[in-house]
Design a protein around this ligand. Structure first.
Ligand code: SF4
Length: 138
């Protein structure tokens, strides 16, 4: 990846997403300041296709999900809830892409093969009143 993150055009920017879908899973935060921690759960946004880990209505996602936010060059540095594997986060912090990233392997399936996606995912609408802590993943 020769073009610096903040100088990428739209096509390069979109191609960076590895399709892991981790940003579309609900998270909760504990602690404050230096003790703050983001906890990932296996609770997915209702729009996430749990088989492909892709948004099932990418064009209309902001209309349908109020919490959905657009990742941009202006806010990527503030999105500290992104997983450490996320290509946008890694390039922002000058880290290399993981060796399983599709842009490295040339194979879109390499994300799945390396177990990056969250297993046993459930949709938020199926969780009901249960506590999100019950669904926390490591
Ligand atoms: S976490 Fe990052 S790489 Fe994974 S789907 Fe979200 S934006 Fe793409």
């Amino acid at each position: 990846m020769k073009t610096p993150l903040l100088q990428m055009n739209d096509e390069q920017w979109e191609a960076l997403c590895d399709g892991c879908g981790l940003c579309c899973f609900r998270k909760f935060i504990t602690g404050r300041g230096k003790k703050q921690k983001v906890h990932f759960t296996r609770i997915a946004c209702d729009l996430l296709d749990l088989k492909t880990c892709r948004c099932s209505d990418y064009e209309n996602r902001f209309k349908k999900q109020k919490e959905c936010s657009r990742l941009t060059k202006n806010n990527v540095g503030k999105c500290d809830w992104l997983p450490e594997t996320c290509a946008y986060r890694r390039l922002y912090y000058k880290q290399p892409l993981p060796d399983w990233h599709p842009l490295v392997t040339g194979n879109a399936e390499s994300v799945k093969k390396n177990g990056i996606q969250i297993a046993n995912a459930v949709h938020e609408s199926d969780v009901g009143d249960r506590e999100w802590e019950e669904f926390e993943v490591e």
